[in-house]
Design a protein around this ligand. Structure first.
Ligand code: HEM
Ligand code: HEM
Length: 289
């Protein structure tokens, strides 16, 4: 899928969700805003109540969308035989689409009354939906291949140019000066301790010290202005790369914890949904079947 096709794909998915929400809200607005007792007298009560032909249908289709959205993504991600079908990133987008449209339909299925044990399923669905948004935010902070596979730390490092190679090949610094600059630009382990504020100020002080060392070396080597600027930029680039790597490790850890939260909520929702469906079938609700 090229960039334009991908944009059209995403826009289409978003438009479907928005249109579905707007159409159902528009159809049911006068019904949903009524109190429970008054709903009985509304012309659309037969259609829109949770066991009505529309209300019940939205519960069934919404639940199927969520189950399908989870299964398709998990199978594509976990089983090798599916690994050639499409790009994982696009499947995650499809997961988000089905798992957003599904909850929208289930929300209208409940007709905004959340009673009984099935309320636990509803609020788990809300929790898994909200945690999904947070997970998506963390997910995009982690560098990946085009297919959506996480890059390892070494792969991220390889993406950046090698500072010492550039210093020797284009600037032509001697071995001794090169070593001092490369060491000065390296991340310092002792700066990782302390709280956020002390770490910030220690880093600022350390960076000032590093720049002073680098400038002294450049003075010693009598570098012209253009090359001095190039060296300073290289060192600043190295700092920015180090910051990104630090954030990458933090995001990878956060994402591991996030998985531990997202999955159980999905399971609670599913288990109580199954009990809820079984109970309604026992009570004789069969929808169109
Ligand atoms: C996560 C999915 C689901 C959630 C969160 C959910 C939630 C709810 C809620 C909150 C109600 C209203 C309870 C009340 O009146 O106090 C309800 C009613 C109902 N649901 Fe669901 N539901 C889900 C899926 C389903 C599915 C898949 C079916 C059918 C196969 C279904 C069938 C029904 C029926 C028939 C009623 C009406 C029961 C009655 O009026 O006594 N629901 N549901
Ligand atoms: C009720 C709705 C949802 C359910 C039941 C659900 C369920 C799941 C499940 C079971 C997984 C697989 C977890 C694993 O592999 O360990 C998953 C992954 C994920 N979901 Fe959802 N999800 C829902 C909605 C969303 C939403 C709305 C978003 C984003 C806006 C989202 C974003 C993600 C992300 C980023 C992943 C991780 C992908 C990965 O690590 O490869 N989910 N979801």
């Amino acid at each position: 899928m090229n960039k334009t096709a991908h944009r059209i794909y995403l826009s289409l998915l978003s438009i479907i969700v928005l249109l579905a929400f707007a159409a159902i809200a528009n159809k049911g607005y006068t019904y949903y805003k009524l109190g429970i007792e008054d709903r009985f007298f509304h012309a659309d009560h037969i259609l829109l109540k949770p066991s009505g032909i529309w209300g019940h249908g939205m519960g069934i289709i919404g639940s199927l969308f969520m189950i399908l959205g989870v299964l398709l993504y998990m199978f594509r991600k976990r089983y090798r035989i599916f690994s050639r079908i499409g790009i994982l990133k696009h499947w995650l987008e499809f997961h988000i689409f089905l798992c957003t449209l599904g909850p929208v339909l289930v929300l209208f299925h409940t007709s905004f009354k959340f009673g009984g044990i099935v309320a636990i399923s509803f609020w788990s669905m809300v929790a898994v939906f909200l945690s999904g948004i947070i997970g998506r935010f963390i997910y995009i902070q982690i560098p990946r291949t085009i297919e959506g596979r996480e890059l390892s730390l070494n792969e991220v490092r390889d993406l950046a140019g090698d500072i010492s190679n550039t210093l020797t090949s284009t600037i032509g610094l001697d071995e001794e000066s090169l070593k001092i600059i490369v060491n000065a630009a390296k991340p310092k382990a002792q700066l990782q301790s302390g709280n956020f504020i002390t770490r910030y100020f220690n880093k600022k002080a350390e960076n000032r010290k590093t720049l002073a060392t680098v400038k002294a070396i450049m003075d010693k080597n009598n570098l012209p202005k253009a090359q001095r600027l190039q060296v300073i930029n290289l060192v600043k680039n190295e700092w920015s790369l180090n910051r990104r790597i630090e954030r990458l490790v933090l995001m990878q850890n956060l994402f591991k914890y996030w998985h531990v939260a997202h999955l159980p909520f999905a399971l609670v929702m599913l288990v109580i949904m199954i009990i809820h469906v079984a109970v309604t079938i026992v009570f004789g609700y069969r929808w169109i079947f």
